[in-house]
Write a protein that binds this ligand. Structure first.
Ligand code: SF4
Ligand code: SF4
Length: 401
């Protein structure tokens, strides 16, 4: 099966018949094949984790695309006002598709980083900071529909995007590499590629025209309070006007759907427990699918190759010899090596060894956490290891925003 990974590279993880016929000059498969003959430290990271990460990152491609629409839904009428999150930056152009959607409704308010201005009597562009202007425009009895142009959202800071950038850069370097060069020093080349500091997202420029997800969700939650539930048309529409949805768009779409669900829960306890469960599930799924700790005979990759001082034990990774349980396994580690308390701080932790190789999470890198829990409370839990879920929920309860 050939898949278009990272929207750029056609790679075949399961070697297929047409492999022989492909151009070898830019063939990553061939280089991955060569590396797969080696189980040295960094070659084995590429063999073991890179392929799993690539597969994992592209899972969202197959989820939820039915929520994406390019046409106006039937339930909209000339009594509907649509608040549409999209951003043009400095550009003055409104696409034909947007004009088409606007022509079917009473009013369209396009919210983004652009200047506030009226295009005509029905289409208004409003800067995202100018929430009062939006509130003024939606006064009345009309029905309100929200729309999101998923391609217009800046997700650079989120874990999915960061991991994608990291592994994409690793693949790009492999792509540009001559086979001869790789063969000359396989482990050295793998190490150089993986540890390249330019792999990290801080080295990529963000598109200033794009809307920050958090800013958008803060405006959304304020508006739904002002507008009132009775005026909201049930469904929120996600527009993907640019053709094929990318994996990043789908990941954003999933996150926005979850956030909208959280904002609609009336009780803070329900909200925080939903956020906690979702993030814990996601982190667990990621750890299981990527198996980034890569245990061999109970020794994790960090204890086999990482710094001498961490993890503290040669066996059972960082669930052993903790500061609470010196010289033995953590009291919450079960016999089957699972954790009995679902500690969110433990789940989000990855050691320096993994962080240097693109597996680097933080709670704020999860859109659900970033947009629903106040910064101060998120910071408080970062080092709160070994704390059971119930106690952590109590601590986070007052941080819901
Ligand atoms: S995060 Fe912990 S268990 Fe995983 S590799 Fe690092 S030290 Fe080992
Ligand atoms: S509490 Fe943390 S250290 Fe203890 S078993 Fe669970 S994940 Fe491991």
């Amino acid at each position: 099966m050939r898949v278009n990974y990272f929207d750029q590279h056609m790679i075949d993880i399961n070697i297929s018949e047409d492999k022989i016929q492909r151009d070898k000059k830019n063939d990553i498969d061939e280089k991955l094949d060569i590396i797969s003959q080696y189980d040295t430290e960094n070659a084995s990271f590429i063999n073991h984790t890179l392929k799993k990460a690539v597969n994992y990152l592209f899972q969202p491609n197959i989820q939820n695309t039915n929520y994406l629409v390019n046409e106006i839904p039937n339930n909209m009428s000339n009594e509907t006002i649509i608040i549409y999150f999209d951003s043009f930056g400095e550009s003055d152009t409104i696409s034909e598709q947007l004009k088409k959607i606007a022509s079917k409704v009473k009013k369209m308010i396009i919210v983004g980083n652009h200047k506030t201005r009226a295009i005509n009597d029905f289409i208004f562009c409003v800067n995202i900071r100018n929430v009062q202007k939006i509130e003024k425009l939606v006064k009345g009895n009309d029905k309100i529909q929200f729309g999101f142009h998923v391609n217009s959202i800046d997700a650079t800071k989120y874990y999915y995007s960061r991991m994608k950038k990291y592994f994409l850069n690793v693949l790009n370097q492999l792509n540009d590499l001559a086979v001869k060069e790789l063969k000359a020093d396989i482990e050295g080349t793998c190490s150089k590629i993986l540890l390249n500091v330019n792999n990290f997202v801080s080295h990529y420029q963000t598109n200033m025209a794009n809307i920050k997800l958090k800013k958008m969700m803060v405006v959304y939650s304020r508006l739904i309070k002002v507008i009132g539930k009775e005026r909201l048309q049930n469904q929120v529409m996600f527009y993907d006007l640019d053709g094929q949805p990318s994996d990043m768009n789908i990941a954003m779409l999933n996150s926005i759907s979850e956030l909208i669900y959280v904002y609609q829960l009336s009780n803070d306890e329900e909200r925080i427990s939903y956020v906690y469960d979702k993030i814990s599930e996601q982190m667990k799924e990621e750890a299981q699918k990527l198996q980034y700790c890569h245990f061999v005979n109970n020794a994790c990759v960090g204890s086999r190759y990482g710094s001498q001082s961490f993890p503290n034990s040669k066996e059972n990774g960082c669930c052993a010899n903790t500061y609470l349980d010196k010289g033995k396994n953590c009291r919450y580690l079960k016999e089957d090596y699972s954790c009995s308390i679902c500690s969110i701080s433990c789940r989000v932790f990855t050691c320096q060894y993994l962080q240097e190789r693109g597996i680097d999470h933080a709670l704020w890198q999860y859109p659900l956490m970033d947009c629903s829990i106040r910064l101060f409370y998120r910071h408080r839990v970062v080092w709160d290891f070994f704390v059971p879920e119930e106690r952590m929920l109590q601590r986070l309860k007052h941080g819901i925003q």
